[in-house]
Write a protein that binds this ligand. Structure first.
Ligand code: NAG
Ligand code: NAG
Ligand code: NAG
Ligand code: NAG
Ligand code: NAG
Ligand code: NAG
Ligand code: NAG
Ligand code: NAG
Ligand code: NAG
Ligand code: NAG
Ligand code: NAG
Ligand code: NAG
Length: 441
């Protein structure tokens, strides 16, 4: 993972910085307009070390702050041509650099166990901001207008402020901040990835000015508002959230995979302007989702259509083209495959696999998952063997008829027959879904 390697490499860098000795030279320490060079690895461990820079308007070099200082202030310095790193200063409770406007490299605050506030009130421009392992922090202040990458991980921030005028970012990654309840941002474009995961499970996300993002991935989010979002160039994923409604009424295009997986509270989908998905559409394991609609303008799916769940309705009334086959499996016997079957007959679902099943035949599918409860319902040994090998067209038909016989005798289902069209190889459900999840992570 990007974040992991980033932490590892900055830890290495910082370790070597701490080992180096401070050396400092100023062209003139009395004029605050001067530019000062600091050694390539300067480390400040006391306020007196920082005071030496108070005559400098610009610092050239990478400044590291560590050791036992209790509070820290970097006064007068307006620009750092390099990075500012505060690492492992375990007695530091607050830090302020309120004159600082620009850092050409990164601003790293990492492993500061009792730091409660960090103030960069004038900071407008920075390449990357990394706030990592700050278990006591409650406020981070800045005025960032320009930042390429923002990582906020393992902090005690309850809300992410300080980015209230930022319009564009490459990476915005917020993860493992367990107290986080809200993030509101005016960002209009995300050129690489917007990712939220494993924060407080009540986190509300509001990105109402975001028009496009290369990819977005949300996990453990409670609500998400993206009122202006029109385009996702690559992938869009909602995995394991407690979101009850996804309302993305302006979204027109998703360039690659679009996944909605394991959102147990999800009830409503509204993607009324979505016309094209370049890759797969995966809607799976959203246990409360009965009615899958809200895609009334969706015409094209470039990959596979994969829908797994307890749904009774799958309404894709504008769908004209699916290029990668379909795997639609409902546990509900009220679900009808007729619309998809008609589309497939017209040749509009291409690809070498087409499976559509409802509750009447779902037992044979459940066998390949690990549910003991389900397999104990089935008495047929023939069908339980099919989980072990690749399906062929003949195998599937046999398994389906065996299990529909079994289930129609044990359940009172309407019994819509499964449709199994020419299949060269049907990947197992779990394999497909695992692959999708892996590609999202
Ligand atoms: C600051 O650190 C970066 C790597 O993080 C390095 O590329 C750069 O040369 C350093 N700057 C100075 C002045 O040593
Ligand atoms: C952090 O500082 C403490 C002393 O305050 C030291 O024992 C520890 O090794 C340092 N950790 C790193 C990763 O430098
Ligand atoms: C959030 O997490 C808490 C504690 O882990 C848990 O009790 C609660 O059910 C979770 N809420 C949701 C909506 O997932
Ligand atoms: C974002 O999309 C690009 C493709 O444009 C992909 O290579 C990259 O892995 C994705 N990043 C994330 C974090 O999903
Ligand atoms: C993504 O789409 C936006 C809006 O159409 C476009 O401006 C941008 O160049 C695209 N980005 C990439 C990486 O393709
Ligand atoms: C979803 O969350 C549960 C518990 O919070 C976890 O056990 C499970 O692995 C998660 N699943 C995914 C796909 O992230
Ligand atoms: C979806 O959002 C639009 C505008 O943001 C709003 O008018 C509409 O009521 C919302 N629909 C639902 C079902 O929340
Ligand atoms: C739907 O998307 C198209 C193309 O992006 C756009 O022109 C149109 O305004 C959108 N409609 C709505 C209701 O958002
Ligand atoms: C459906 O798509 C058409 C053509 O892009 C657009 O004019 C219309 O506004 C869309 N409908 C909705 C409800 O967004
Ligand atoms: C179907 O619903 C049951 C009970 O509501 C739940 O346990 C099961 O996980 C759901 N299955 C899927 C695939 O959503
Ligand atoms: C299933 O098919 C794959 C790919 O063709 C093959 O590698 C694998 O050995 C097959 N497995 C069995 C059990 O036939
Ligand atoms: C769906 O749920 C089943 C059973 O709970 C699990 O085995 C499977 O991994 C889940 N799929 C995804 C994509 O989370």
């Amino acid at each position: 993972m990007k974040l992991q390697s980033l932490i590892a490499s900055s830890a290495l860098l910082i370790t070597s910085a701490l080992a180096a000795t401070t050396s400092y030279s100023s062209s003139s320490s009395s004029q605050p307009s001067s530019s000062c060079s600091i050694s390539s690895h300067a480390t400040a461990t006391a306020q007196s070390d920082l005071d030496k820079y108070s005559g400098c308007k610009t610092l050239v070099g990478n400044l590291t702050i560590g050791g036992g200082l209790k509070t820290g202030a970097l006064a007068n310095v307006k620009e750092i041509k390099g990075s500012l790193t505060i690492f492992n200063a375990t007695k530091l409770t607050s830090f302020a650099a309120d004159s600082l406007q620009s850092i050409t490299g990164s601003l790293n605050l990492q492993s500061l166990t009792i730091l409660t506030s960090a103030s960069f009130g004038s900071l407008e421009s920075v390449d990357s901001i990394n706030l990592i392992t700050l278990p006591a922090i409650s406020t981070f202040t800045s005025n960032i207008k320009s930042a390429n990458n923002i990582y906020i991980s393992d902090t005690s921030l309850q809300s992410v402020d300080g980015f209230s005028v930022l319009k564009k970012v490459n990476v915005f990654n917020v993860n493992n901040n367990k107290l986080l309840t809200s993030i509101k941002s005016p960002v209009e474009a995300v050129t690489d990835a917007l990712q939220f995961s494993f924060n407080g499970n009540q986190t509300k996300i509001v990105f109402d000015d975001l028009v496009w993002a290369n990819n977005i991935s949300l996990t453990d989010v409670h609500s998400a508002s993206f009122a202006s979002l029109e385009k996702i160039n690559s992938s869009l994923g909602f995995i394991n959230n407690s979101i009850s409604s996804l309302n993305f009424t302006k979204l027109n295009t998703v360039g690659q995979t679009f996944s909605i997986v394991s959102n147990s509270e999800l009830k409503n989908l509204s993607f009324s302007n979505l016309t094209t998905i370049g890759g797969a559409l995966v809607i799976a394991n959203n246990t409360g989702l009965q009615k899958i609609d809200g895609f009334n303008n969706l015409t094209t799916i470039g990959g596979t259509l994969e829908v797994i769940g307890n749904f009774t309705v799958l309404d894709l009334n504008s769908l004209k083209s699916v290029k990668g086959g379909a795997d639609v499996e409902s546990k509900s016997s009220n679900f009808s495959c007729n619309a998809l079957k008609a589309l497939q007959k017209k040749g509009e679902i291409k690809g070498d696999s087409f499976v559509c099943k409802n509750g009447a035949t779902s037992t044979s599918v459940k066998l390949s998952s690990t549910s003991k409860q389900q397999s104990s319902q089935t008495t047929s040994k023939t069908s339980s063997k099919t989980e072990e090998k690749n399906f062929t067209s003949g195998d599937v038909k046999a398994a389906v008829s065996a299990s529909s016989a079994a289930s129609s005798s044990s359940k009172s289902s309407k019994g819509n027959a499964a449709i199994v069209a020419p299949i060269s190889q049907v990947t197992t459900l779990i394999g497909l879904l695992t692959a999708t999840i892996m590609s999202l992570i």
